[in-house]
Design a protein around this ligand. Structure first.
Ligand code: ADP
Ligand code: MG
Length: 470
């Protein structure tokens, strides 16, 4: 019966990969088989739980495929392996001139997985889970769209093949656009694909504070070890913070070099490009440019709608699709504010016991959001002005009719929407009754061409432009 177990593992090996197999499956031993129950022994509680959470199903399926019977796997921790439990396996503080006087910091309490019974020499250390990563910030909760596509795919690539093509990876962009989210997602993903990776995540501000206190309290050796040696992946948020702080920049420079030379993945975020980081040392900005620098822009309407839908679903907020589109239209520049607006509207609706409608949204966020003042001209305002100028109905501007009396004003409205609101072509299309972005592009081209030859059209456009932008 032990054969069944071994065969099942062999069968799974190609699918799981040699490393996973050696690390997580091979160390388990069969203690007994009783009926349809296979009793296994794991060398530590951690390994037992890890196996149960990650590989148990796959192994059971494999056994079932081979025997056409459903077995049960029952794991116990090997009583002889007590010394391998996490608490007791922290590496002993090393004596010697480098060791300093402090005990090893808690975060270095990696614990060893056992040598497989076959006499494998290598001992793999399972690193403690990375500290400070938000559970919510993962790749599968990150909505990709044109505004963040490059950054998101670079982050995925860095997570798939750390230390190779996109090293270092720098993501930059304005506030609340998902930089931290991607940074955390990379951390989660790298740890999950290989829990022996030591992943260090922190803000640049924290890096500075730790550095200062290490210098002050004579713990620099520990600091150096933590960041330059005991680290396989370094994730630093808001790196622009250290610009102008000379000693911290200097230290970051050395950390960068040590990790980079060792082929370790470095990922940082920033609110600006390296070349715009005033008072950042050139030797740092040039290194940040070595790998990939990817930007995140404000999301377009479709992405905002998708983010709202996801958030509404997660938080169980009932909101109709068209109301979602409306809300996404009101808060344009920043995802954090967008999420905040949804929560605010949902809370008020709940308190008042009313459904979330466009009117209700206007009531709730009309006064509080500054978005409107920042973007004074909306696509709706353009449609309204054009409709009244040409005495057509707004519904016709949004509708499908191709009659010249309608299509001309419609093209003008699209043209002005593009010029005055800064909305993207797909976004404008969406607001004109869901038309394709190519229709909007054509309209803009047509109006530009027509204004050259048609003075009447030219004057209508400039009159409307004047009226809309005051
Ligand atoms: P930044 O670090 O760029 O200031 P964050 O990563 O903190 O922004 O993002 C702000 C909020 O918006 C977070 O709650 C984040 O989950 C959310 N968010 C941003 N972009 C996206 C996206 N593309 N998909 C889903 N949520 C997003
Ligand atoms: Mg951030």
């Amino acid at each position: 019966m032990t054969d069944l177990w071994n065969e099942a593992l062999q069968g799974l090996q190609p699918r799981l990969g040699q490393e996973t197999y050696d690390l997580w499956l091979r160390p388990l031993t069969v203690a007994a088989v009783e009926g349809q129950t296979i009793r296994l022994r794991a060398p530590s509680l951690f390994m037992k739980e890890w196996f149960e959470n990650h590989y148990m199903e796959a192994v059971l399926d494999e056994i079932e495929a081979r025997t056409e019977a459903r077995y049960v796997l029952d794991l116990e921790v090997d009583p002889n392996a007590a010394e391998l439990t996490p608490d007791r396996s922290a590496p002993p503080a090393q004596a010697g001139p480098e060791s300093g006087t402090q005990p090893a910091p808690a975060t270095s309490s990696a614990f060893a997985t056992p040598e497989p019974a076959t006499g494998h020499i290598e001992v793999r250390k399972v690193a403690p889970p990375p500290v400070g990563l938000s559970e919510r910030y993962r790749f599968d909760s990150f909505i990709s769209g044109a505004s963040n596509e490059l950054a998101a795919s670079a982050a995925r690539a860095a997570a798939d093949q750390p230390g190779t093509r996109f090293n270092p990876l720098l993501i930059y962009g304005g506030v609340g656009l998902g930089k931290t989210h991607l940074l955390h997602a990379v951390g989660h993903s790298l740890y999950e694909s290989d829990p022996t990776r030591r992943i260090t995540y922190l803000s640049a501000e924290r890096f500075m504070n730790e550095f200062i206190s290490a210098v002050r309290y004579n713990q620099f050796d520990q600091f150096r070890r933590k960041y330059r040696e005991d680290c396989d992946v370094l994730l630093i948020d808001d790196i622009q913070f250290i610009a102008g702080r000379d000693r911290t920049m200097d230290e970051f420079f050395h950390v960068f070099n040590a990790l980079y030379e060792a082929g370790k993945q470095i990922m940082v975020t920033s609110d600006r490009t390296p070349s715009d980081m005033q008072s950042m040392e050139d030797r740092i900005t040039s290194r940040l440019n070595w790998g990939l620098v990817a930007d995140i822009k404000s999301p377009d309407l479709e992405t905002r709608v998708a983010i709202l839908r996801q958030k509404a679903e997660n938080d169980r907020i009932a909101i109709a699709d068209d109301v979602c589109v409306y809300l996404a239209g009101q808060v344009q520049s920043n995802v954090r504010e967008l999420e905040g607006a949804l929560v605010r509207v949902a809370t008020f609706a709940d308190l008042k016991g009313v459904p979330i409608t466009t009117g209700f949204i206007r009531e709730v966020i009309g006064e509080t959001t500054k978005e409107r003042r920042r973007t004074p001209v909306t696509v709706e305002a353009v449609q309204k002005a054009v409709a009244s100028h040409f005495s057509v109905r707004i519904a016709d501007l949004k509708g499908p009719r191709r009659h010249k009396g309608i299509s001309r004003p419609r093209m003008i409205a699209m043209f002005l929407a593009r010029e005055l609101t800064g909305s993207s072509f797909p976004e404008i299309g969406l607001r004109f009754g869901g038309k394709d972005h190519s229709t909007v592009i054509n309209a803009c081209k047509r109006i530009t061409a027509l204004s050259d030859e048609d003075p009447e059209l030219r004057s209508a456009v400039s009159q409307l432009r004047e009226q809309l932008s005051h």
